[in-house]
Write a protein that binds this ligand. Structure first.
Ligand SMILES: *[C@@H]1O[C@H](CO)[C@@H](O)[C@H](O)[C@H]1NC(C)=O
Ligand SMILES: *[C@@H]1O[C@H](CO)[C@@H](O)[C@H](O)[C@H]1NC(C)=O
Ligand SMILES: *[C@@H]1O[C@H](CO)[C@@H](O)[C@H](O)[C@H]1NC(C)=O
Ligand SMILES: *[C@@H]1O[C@H](CO)[C@@H](O)[C@H](O)[C@H]1NC(C)=O
Length: 140
């Protein structure tokens, strides 16, 4: 039993960076993962998630859009994607809902030239890796 486990570990250690079986793991997928890995590495190399992309280099005493060199107003869009009523408790005057929200904003630090990354135009990553607007429920 122990010897079996040891052999298994050794055989993994011998292979290259990751296990590659062309039957299970098509080359295109492997290329994609590598391009996505390169892109993620380069995007987050100097990315500071505590720094907001909102431009604040403006003079509040002047009218909106007075500076032609400044970016347009920060555009943040919130969509109510799904709303599910879970429970209504009449005596307690309580309602429980499940909300699914979708947020859109533009962060120029997270843009890239797709032709440098084998045409990868979108990636999935963890929310805690990027700056995002704070959403807090209140007046519940
Ligand atoms: C990923 O980057 C390495 C160098 O850092 C490069 O050799 C490799 O070709 C890149 N892979 C892709 C799929 O762009
Ligand atoms: C803001 O973003 C939304 C959704 O991406 C888009 O429909 C809208 O045109 C944008 N507005 C401006 C002023 O850029
Ligand atoms: C993206 O990179 C390609 C190849 O390096 C270049 O030809 C193209 O002009 C770049 N596009 C932009 C928008 O910079
Ligand atoms: C990327 O897309 C362009 C235009 O659609 C195409 O000519 C090029 O071969 C693609 N490159 C890769 C690596 O798929």
């Amino acid at each position: 039993m122990f010897r079996c486990a040891l052999l298994f570990v050794l055989s993994i250690g011998k292979s290259s960076t990751f296990y590659y079986d062309p039957q299970l793991y098509v080359p295109k997928y492997r290329d994609y993962l590598e391009a996505q890995g390169n892109l993620t590495r380069d995007l987050f190399k100097n990315y500071e998630k505590d720094v907001s992309p909102v431009y604040a280099w403006f003079d509040t005493t002047k009218p909106l859009g007075y500076d032609p060199d400044a970016p347009k107003r920060f555009n943040y869009t919130l969509f109510l994607y799904d709303l599910k009523l879970v429970e209504v408790d009449e005596p307690k005057e309580q309602v429980s809902v499940v909300l699914e929200l979708m947020e859109y904003w533009y962060d120029p630090r997270l843009s890239w030239n797709a032709s440098d990354y084998k045409n990868v135009t979108a990636i999935f990553t963890r929310q805690d890796k990027v700056w995002s607007p704070t959403l807090t429920p209140f007046g519940m």
